[in-house]
Design a protein around this ligand. Structure first.
Ligand code: COA
Length: 328
């Protein structure tokens, strides 16, 4: 919303930035955001792709309380070239059986059970990551200088791992003359460089309009399973700071507080986020080579189930209430 637009705000509480994933009501706002905040380092995707991503909660946004959007980033599904169907391997059968067991243990709340067909991706690309450029928008003074990029990318990576789990990994491509983003992704978020295979290049190009893109070369970086614990810790710390004292905006020197009431990653998925950040599962993932996101998700399911069983068996539990079983 334009900063001069009338608002019904009457209280004197300092305003906060709301962080959340989108739904079908956000389609127009997301399209408008990208139409008004073009940048040579952000390729234009097809409107139909942006709409579908928005509807299905695959866009993460930050907005102010007047619904002025200040930041957006999008997850795109990439599929490998389909192979000829073959008889499932023993490992696949075991994994499927484990998933079925844990889904029923958690009261049928396993996300994959109800996941739309389009989520069975081999890779998820995070892209279209853009901060508001228009000084006339009301969110501008809070968002510009806040440096939310590492939080946005880490959050969307962990969320995609938990909810839309690609087989292999999460990845991104950055123009090689975009030093700030390469630096942040590699050094702050903890992603690594890699060389993409042709299937990734083709899937990426299929989401975009054909012409008018920047011509610089690109660097590709990926979030492998060993990077998840650092990202989970970064999210927990930044959200803790952001919801208590607020995050320092280096441009205005003001602290900006975050409202995470609608941010499912730190509400619905808090137990999973904590398990990824600290403890035996985090240690295992962090000190192992990349095992693939799907496999790491099976480990997480195992870990959470074991934790629930441990809690039930504790002799010191003095009330009769069962421990709550959160979705991952
Ligand atoms: C990328 C973007 C979303 C990040 O926004 P942001 O989180 O608000 O971060 P800022 O742009 O304010 O600054 C980023 C950081 O990079 C640092 N930086 C700037 N130029 C740098 C460079 N050449 N090398 C290393 N670091 C650099 C800044 O100092 C700042 O870090 P600090 O807060 O620790 O000082 C925003 O810059 C943007 O919209 N850029 C245009 C679109 C784009 O490039 N998108 C990414 C596509 S892959």
């Amino acid at each position: 919303m334009h900063k001069d637009a009338p608002t019904t705000e009457t209280n004197t509480e300092p305003s906060r930035l709301i962080i959340r994933f989108t739904d079908e009501n956000d389609q127009t706002a997301v399209r408008n955001f990208y139409a008004r905040n073009t940048h040579q380092h952000v390729d234009i995707r097809q409107d139909a792709v942006w709409n579908e991503r928005t509807r299905n909660g695959r866009v993460m946004i930050v907005e102010d309380e007047q619904r002025s959007m200040g930041f957006a980033t999008v997850a795109y599904d990439f599929h490998a070239v389909p192979e000829t169907p073959k008889t499932p391997s023993l490992m696949t059968k075991v994994k499927n059986a484990l998933r079925a067991t844990f889904a029923s243990h958690a009261g049928g709340t396993d996300q994959n059970e109800n996941a739309p067909a389009n989520t069975k991706a081999r890779w998820v690309e995070l892209g279209s990551t853009t901060v508001l450029q228009d000084e006339q928008e009301s969110a501008y003074s809070m968002i510009k200088g806040l440096n939310l990029y590492p939080l946005m990318i880490a959050s969307q990576t962990v969320y995609e791992f938990l909810v839309n789990t690609p087989d292999d990994k999460v990845l991104a491509n950055v123009y090689e003359d975009n030093g700030a983003v390469i630096h942040m992704l590699n050094n702050k978020v903890g992603w690594h460089f890699f060389e993409p295979e042709d299937a990734i290049l083709k899937a990426c190009s299929d989401t975009k309009v054909k012409d008018g893109h920047h011509t610089a070369g690109r660097k590709w970086l990926h979030a492998t399973t060993d990077t998840l614990p650092h990202q989970a810790r970064f999210i927990l710390k930044t959200i803790e700071d952001g919801t208590t004292n607020g995050l320092l905006n280096k441009k205005t020197q003001k602290h900006i507080r975050l409202n995470t009431d609608q941010f499912s990653l730190v509400n619905t998925y808090k137990r999973a986020l904590q398990a990824l950040a600290h403890g035996p599962l985090a240690d295992t993932l962090e000190n192992s080579v990349h095992i693939g996101m799907k496999n790491a998700h099976v480990l997480l399911e195992y870990h959470l189930k074991e934790a629930i069983v441990d809690m039930k068996e504790q002799p010191t539990v003095i009330n009769n209430e069962s421990p709550s079983i959160c979705p991952l």
